[in-house]
Design a binder for this molecule. Structure first.
Ligand SMILES: Nc1ncnc2c1ncn2[C@@H]1O[C@H](COP(=O)(O)OP(=O)(O)OP(=O)(O)O)[C@@H](O)[C@H]1O
Length: 323
């Protein structure tokens, strides 16, 4: 699908160095906002790269800079080895962006929208593949419907098709599964994986660790405008050393027994107790033994993987050692 000569392929699909974005204050809030604080990112060609972070971390700002919708304050950005400052037009041609907001002109049909977008990118008529894209995204039967009649999931898929009209080697998806139900999410991921297999490098942002874990071969975590981790998914997950067990007890408990203190117990209710442990230092069996010694009867038990919050705690705690 991507027709660059092998010799010309860059090692990095996207390279960001020392990227800073300061939003100027507005009338309501005059304080300038540092949204990206010297971000370095090297996104290898050919993979699916996840940019993970909580609300307000700076993910959309970064993506909007790549899409040239937001002007950076400082730093260098290269897309497919093309410097955004030196050659913005070719940098734009190398990337397709699916924004978070589904802004679709309601009075156009999906087919018209794709044709128009292709025209905007200067794709010659003979090379336009609007119907092929609509088919790939299960939208062929909606090709001639008004966009306003499409469901949220269909709109999202139409936005993906729109981002691909000029056949860019890099596809960026900003929070692609927000508001998309499980089945459509799977379809969307299947298509993204297909594109990736065909050679498209994918960059996606998400709040969800599970999503990044399922799809991405590399993950960067961004928090308060700073990249706090960037590594292969397996390595990142392996480095996380925090799990929780939630235990339902047979009878009420006023406070957690002192003998469980090493597991930082938290009462979730009179019969529900949450315990924390580090898999590298304690096995879940050790927790069960401690509970039995405390003469508590277990009715049910579930373990929880670390969530994003835990990861931040873990990574920020370790940061001085790693930096
Ligand atoms: N146009 C703007 N003017 C001022 N501040 C902004 C503007 N856009 C974003 N910000 C601020 O910059 C910070 C980063 O926002 P950004 O939208 O990039 O985060 P995000 O990680 O994409 O969050 P979300 O997941 O909620 O989209 C936030 O504190 C946000 O309030």
């Amino acid at each position: 699908m991507v027709s660059q000569a092998a010799a010309a392929l860059p090692d990095l699909a996207v390279s960001v160095k020392g990227l800073v974005k300061i939003y100027a204050g507005n009338k309501a809030n005059r304080t300038p906002k540092l949204a990206l604080d010297h971000v370095d990112l090297a996104i290898p060609r050919g993979g699916i790269f996840g940019l993970l972070g909580p609300n307000g971390a700076g993910k959309s700002t970064l993506i909007n800079i790549l899409a040239q919708l937001v002007r950076k304050t400082e730093g260098t950005v290269k897309i497919w080895d093309i410097d955004l400052d030196k050659d913005p037009r070719h940098a734009a041609a190398a990337i397709g962006v699916v924004p978070q907001e589904l802004n679709i002109d309601p009075f156009f049909t999906p087919k018209d929208l794709l044709d128009l977008q292709a025209g905007m990118y200067g794709v010659p008529k003979a090379e336009r593949r609007s119907m092929e894209l609509l088919e790939a995204l299960s939208l062929a039967d909606k090709a001639q419907s008004y966009a306003r009649t499409l469901s949220g999931g269909m709109r999202r898929r139409l936005m993906v098709a729109k981002a691909m009209v000029h056949n860019p080697p890099v596809l960026v998806l900003d929070e692609p599964t927000a508001g998309v139900d499980v089945e459509l999410r799977q379809q969307l991921w299947a298509y993204v994986r297909e594109l990736n297999k065909a050679g498209v490098t994918v960059l996606l942002t998400t709040h969800y660790l599970e999503e990044a874990e399922e799809l991405c071969d590399n993950i960067a975590i961004i928090n308060h405008g700073k990249v706090i981790a960037c590594e292969p998914t397996a390595q990142l997950l392996g480095r996380l050393d925090s799990k929780e067990v939630v235990i339902t007890l047979a009878s009420d408990l006023a406070t957690a027994p002192a003998s469980l203190a090493e597991f930082h117990p938290q009462m979730l209710g009179p019969r529900r107790l949450k315990l924390h442990y580090r898999p590298s230092q304690a096995k879940v069996g050790a927790i069960l033994d401690a509970i039995r010694r405390a003469e508590l009867e277990i009715v049910d038990l579930s373990t929880l993987e670390s969530d994003l919050e835990d990861i931040f705690l873990e990574l920020t705690r370790r940061q001085p050692a790693n930096s």
